[in-house]
Design a protein around this ligand. Structure first.
Ligand SMILES: *[C@@H]1O[C@H](CO)[C@@H](O)[C@H](O)[C@H]1NC(C)=O
Ligand SMILES: *[C@@H]1O[C@H](CO)[C@@H](O)[C@H](O)[C@H]1NC(C)=O
Length: 497
């Protein structure tokens, strides 16, 4: 459901050529900053949420006790095994594009924050979270020039408010191939494989399998270009696929250091300055990764460091180029509908980029105005603190963490009772019985970061209001890095490695 409200305002944000749109509401609230949160607790919980999203046969060490095995016949309609993977949000569909992006960003988290994850004893949990995704994606990519990209018919799925363990909706299969291309999904999956291959380098065989699939999928994505609209209106690619091609090439370059990918990046890829990093729009992620190499593309016109800087300048309220709306309470607000994804993604990029800038002795340049790396870290911490409770409502947006946290996340599994396997749920009655009632969910969706507040920092804790109360895997995947950094480095966020 999360992407329905995504459309009209989206295009306005895409490829916005930093035209200094001055928007109101850029006041920050430094008084709310030094809040003394238990970042380690928040970190552990945000990782546990990913376990609640698992599909397939759960392992004995599953920590979410109200979850059970589900969707064990996924793939059977085509005589293949497509069990496993993740439900993206509050429904029971497995969407390939956000799933792969979740995996890519988890892998990047490990690559950027390994010491912090080790020190907090969370590295193994994040490895498991990645592998739960890559094991599934390898099944999806088992055959050459073909990729299974979705399991479950969303329209039929949405007619029943049922936990995945008891669902009966058809597990319709969707694929891309030479005749039905899907460059976004193929390239994002290539990025997920390439990034994960770096995480699992000690497991040579697995790592090599991931990297091989990444290379093949990238070739496939380039050779058969076209957008796949089969996940629309739930996940429509509003931004096109140039960002995914650059992103995939970037991860392949990092994983292999092969000239062929550098050549693609410098000679063929298209890159532009935007103010958003998300499952749909990956330019700023690639630009931050490439900034280190002082690479340019488009005949030198696109310098990735300059473009990464442009992203920062568009976000920060105190630069001449700022254009992202900031609520009176101080959190960035791009649009209703899982807005917290932009909060965690921006915080992630800001911490990663500030580490790079410190390491290389550089600053961000917003026109002639330099912005010190410390300003990026301060902003990232303030954004994460907002989610944890430093906001006008003095309320947490992380389920089971902090003050007055959400009790009604829009989530089938968390809001319905645990029923014996095989229980026949009446779909017609299910909404009235379990979705509509104004009462807390029976099962705590620990660590879920919900969609978050509206433009005025307002929030109503109501399950039916999915734009605000629905969680998503990629909101959390991008929160893990900043929280690990806050837990280990402390509030100043200066890297210890
Ligand atoms: C980046 O490369 C350009 C030439 O391509 C050079 O002028 C510039 O000094 C380089 N910047 C850094 C930080 O190395
Ligand atoms: C949904 O939540 C938003 C943000 O809190 C609020 O403004 C709106 O009134 C809510 N709508 C309903 C129907 O609860």
């Amino acid at each position: 459901m999360r992407a329905l409200s995504h459309g009209s305002s989206m295009r306005a944000h895409v490829a916005l050529a930093l035209a200094a749109l001055v928007l109101a509401g850029d006041a920050l609230h430094p008084s709310l900053a030094a809040a003394g949160f238990d970042y380690k607790d928040a970190l552990s919980k945000t990782i546990i949420f990913l376990e609640a999203q698992r599909s397939g046969k759960l392992p004995p060490n599953n920590r979410v006790k109200w979850r059970g095995d589900s969707a064990l016949d996924d793939g059977k309609l085509a005589n293949v095994d497509l069990t496993g993977g993740y439900y993206d949000a509050g429904d029971n569909v497995k969407y390939g594009l956000p799933l792969a992006f979740t995996v890519t960003t988890l892998a990047w988290t490990v690559l950027a924050f390994k010491p912090e994850l080790e020190q907090t004893k969370e590295l193994e949990h994040v490895h498991e979270a990645i592998r739960w995704g890559t094991d599934y994606l390898l099944k999806c990519a088992a055959r050459k020039n073909k990729l299974w990209v979705q399991v479950g018919d969303p329209n039929l799925d949405h007619q029943c408010w049922v936990r995945p363990e008891n669902m009966k909706a058809p597990r319709t299969l969707y694929e891309i191939d030479e005749k039905t291309p899907g460059t976004e999904i193929a390239a994002e999956t290539a990025a997920a494989f390439a990034a994960s291959s770096m995480v699992f380098r000690n497991d040579k065989k697995y790592s090599r399998a991931l990297l091989n699939k990444a290379k093949l999928l990238f070739l496939f994505a380039k050779a058969h270009q076209g957008s796949y609209d089969g996940e629309c209106p739930f996940y429509c690619s509003y931004s096109g696929y140039n960002d995914e091609l650059l992103w995939a090439a970037t991860w392949l370059y990092l994983a292999t250091k092969r000239q062929v990918y550098a050549d693609f990046i410098t000679h063929e890829a298209i890159s532009s300055s935007v103010a958003e990093f998300s499952w749909d729009l990956k330019f700023p992620g690639a630009q931050v990764l490439l900034a280190e190499f002082n690479m340019t593309s488009g005949g030198g016109a696109q310098n990735f460091k300059v473009q990464a800087d442009n992203f920062v300048c568009a976000v920060l309220p105190d630069t001449p180029f700022h254009q992202v709306f900031i609520t009176p309470g101080g959190v960035i607000h791009l649009r209703d509908g899982a807005n917290t994804q932009y909060v965690t993604s921006t915080s992630f990029l800001f911490v990663v980029y500030s580490d790079l800038l410190l390491r290389t002795g550089q600053s961000v340049m917003c026109g002639n105005q330099p912005v010190a790396p410390a300003r990026l870290r301060e902003f990232a911490r303030q954004q994460m603190d907002y989610l944890l409770g430093a906001n006008p409502r003095h309320s947490s947006y992380v389920v089971g963490f902090g003050a007055n946290s959400p009790t009604q996340p829009h989530h089938r599994g968390a809001s319905t009772p645990v029923l014996p396997p095989g229980t026949d749920v009446n779909c017609g009655l299910s909404f009235g019985e379990w979705m509509a009632p104004d009462r807390p969910n029976p099962n705590e969706l620990t660590g879920a970061i919900v969609g978050g507040p509206d433009k005025n920092d307002g929030f109503v804790d109501k399950r039916g209001n999915s734009s605000y109360t629905e969680p998503c895997t990629y909101i959390n995947s991008l929160a893990i890095g900043p929280l690990a950094a806050l837990a280990v480095r402390g509030a100043q966020l200066v890297a210890t490695h």
